[in-house]
Structure formats: structure tokens, C-alpha cells
Design a protein around this ligand. Structure first.
Ligand code: SAM
Length: 260
């Protein structure tokens, strides 16, 4: 178990990873053995409260769980899991694995995850993070282009793409999605939202919609509660669609173009 030690007097946090024997604090070195004894309470003679580390907290500890890439922050996982309808009996395909954070979140909800990362150095980092953060026995990670997934002849319930050129791979992998299955594409600009939207229409996806998630923390000062001035307010845009057999939705696209 990864642990977090919260110094309630100074507001500092220290993490002890599963494979570490302790951490240095303002009260000297605290061993894993001692911290484990006090999970859910305070370490005697200190202001250190001990708790199991959450996946969200792990994502904000880049010194302990290193990033090889930009990552998907845990606040966005609710949107992805909810609208891609990822549940314990569902099989999911994801690319690129990147630093393995989104992949780790997905394994906590899905039945099984296939995840692809084309760059070796990213793959190696992701494998380390997956070992530390993913649900055991829940995934297979490949150091390969996601287009190769087709050769496995596996159908999936959902596809999640967080990679620079999702449009280029969509036509190679969309048929691995079961009819009725959901796609979720994550992009950082409005321009890419439009490009992905047009590609999904072209491929016959229906029920397409896009979201922008804006989150603001509140400063809890009694008598003056309001949004904090600093923090990450924008992270990613999410586009969802549903795969359906047949060509009627493509015909719908032609009609839409005619209306303009
Ligand atoms: C932004 S990162 C993904 C971060 C990841 N979602 C996370 O939370 O850690 C995008 C990754 O996509 C990978 N990538 C780009 N094209 C790819 C492809 N065709 N197949 C597999 N991975 C690809 C890149 O090498 C990069 O590591």
C-alpha cells in the first residue's frame, strides 16, 4: 500500500511508496513500519496523519510516480468513465499509454484494458507506473502502434484515445469497437475537436458530443469562501460517440452538409 503522511500543522504532504522503507519529515525519518501502524490516525508526538494514498494524490506526485508525457488528470476520469460507459464487465482499448495514468484509472473500473504506446521510453515509464497504480491482472500493455490492435482480432466495448493524431488511427481501429460501443477522444484544442468530430461522422458514429471540463477549487476561508486564484482550470476536451452498424448516419451527414 502507498501511504500519504499529511502534516496538519504545516499543510505539507509526504508519500511513502509501496517499495520505499520510509520518508524524511519535519519530525525526522518516519519508517514504513511505523507509518503502517497508524493508518487512519496520527503518528504519536507529531502532527502527521497517515492515510492510504489515493489515485488522485498519486497523479500529483511527479517525483514519486514520474511523467514521461503530459498526463490525464484524475479529475477528468469521472467524465471519461461515465460517458464511455466503462464498467467492470467491459473490455477497453486505449492509446497512447503515455505515462500510464489514464490507463491506471481505467483499470480501476473496466474488466480488462489493452493499452498501446508507440515510443519505447514512454512505454517503459508507463509500465512502472502501471505496476504501482493499476489494478493487478487487469491489463495488457503493448509497445506498438495502436493500429496493430486489429491483428489481435479482439472486439472491445470502448476505445479511449489520448494521442497527438487520433484522426489518423481512427479508421484503422474503429471496427474493433462492438456495435453500440463508445469512443472517447481527448484533445487539447477546439480545432482538433472539430477535426475529430468530422472524422467520427465520416466513420458513421452517432450520438456524438463534446465536453469541456472546467474545475475550480474553493478557498474555504470562513466568511470569505470563493474560488482560489491559482490552479489548473482547463485540462482537456473530450469527444464521445457511439458505433452503430449501417450507413444511415453517413447519409445524415450528407443531409446536414446540404442544409448549410
Ligand atoms: C499525451 S500522451 C498520453 C498520456 C496518458 N493518457 C497518461 O495519462 O499518462 C500521448 C502518447 O501517445 C503516444 N502515441 C502517439 N501515436 C501513437 C500510436 N499511433 N500508437 C500508440 N501510441 C501513440 C505518444 O508516444 C505519447 O506517449
Amino acid at each position: 500500500m502507498h501511504l500519504i503522511l499529511i502534516d496538519v500543522k504545516r499543510g505539507r504532504k509526504r508519500v511513502i511508496r509501496e517499495d520505499e522503507d520510509g520518508t524524511n519529515t519535519s519530525y525526522g525519518r518516519i519508517s514504513r513500519e511505523l507509518a503502517e501502524k497508524y493508518v487512519g490516525s496520527y503518528i504519536p508526538n507529531t502532527f502527521l496523519a497517515v492515510s492510504p494514498l489515493s489515485l488522485r494524490e498519486a497523479a500529483y506526485q511527479p517525483k514519486k510516480f514520474r511523467y514521461a508525457t503530459q498526463i490525464i488528470y484524475p479529475e477528468d476520469r469521472g467524465t471519461i468513465i461515465t460517458f464511455a460507459d466503462i464498467r467492470p464487465n467491459k473490455v477497453v482499448l486505449e492509446a497512447g499509454t503515455g505515462s500510464g495514468f489514464l490507463a491506471s484509472y481505467i483499470t480501476r473500473h473496466a474488466g480488462f484494458l489493452y493499452t498501446y504506446e508507440v515510443r519505447e521510453e514512454h512505454y517503459k515509464r508507463a509500465v512502472k507506473n502501471l505496476r504501482a497504480l493499476a489494478r493487478p491482472g487487469s491489463r495488457k500493455a503493448f509497445n506498438a502502434d495502436v493500429r496493430e490492435f486489429k491483428s489481435l482480432n479482439v472486439s472491445v466495448d470502448a476505445i479511449v484515445l489520448d494521442m497527438p493524431s487520433p484522426r489518423e488511427v481512427l479508421e484503422h481501429i474503429h471496427e474493433t469497437l462492438k456495435p453500440g460501443g463508445r469512443i472517447c477522444v481527448l484533445v487539447p484544442t477546439y480545432n482538433q475537436v472539430e477535426k475529430v468530430y468530422l472524422k467520427l461522422l465520416e466513420l458513421g458514429f452517432i450520438d456524438i458530443f463534446a465536453r469541456e471540463s472546467i474545475v475550480r477549487d474553493l478557498s474555504l476561508k470562513p466568511g470569505a469562501i470563493r474560488p482560489v486564484h491559482r490552479g489548473i482550470t482547463f485540462r482537456i476536451f473530450t469527444i464521445f460517440g457511439r458505433r452503430i452498424y449501417g450507413s444511415s448516419s453517413r447519409a445524415g451527414f450528407e443531409d446536414d452538409k446540404g442544409d448549410k
